[in-house]
Design a protein around this ligand. Sequence first.
Ligand SMILES: [Mg+2]
Length: 122
Amino acid sequence: MSDSVATLDELISLIREFIQERNWEQYNKPSALAVSAAIEVGELLELFQWKSDNEILEAIETEEFSTALASEIADVMVYLLRICDKAGIDPTKAIIEKMRENSKKYPVEDWKGKAPSKLNRT
Ligand SMILES: [Mg+2]
């Protein structure tokens, strides 16, 4: 649905244009972007802090929570896509490759219905 609006390449270009228009390239060092991504993950986690599983399920149904969640997810993804841009990484290829690795690491016949915890790893 959303891919009909913009591809990941188009989003990377949109973010790059936003940065260049403001002459912020000088501040977009990979380490600063990685730190910023981690901070935004913290803000995302803050939405879940101290809530029970049921409270989270109820909150997700509210417009206020889902809007805040979407905003934090976007913050995280913007920084990750910016890191991809700076490092010349194609995020689509990276995700496809990671899912191939995960399929080998967690074959369906061994892992179906099991949580991928460290204790369950073979
Ligand atoms: Mg944020």
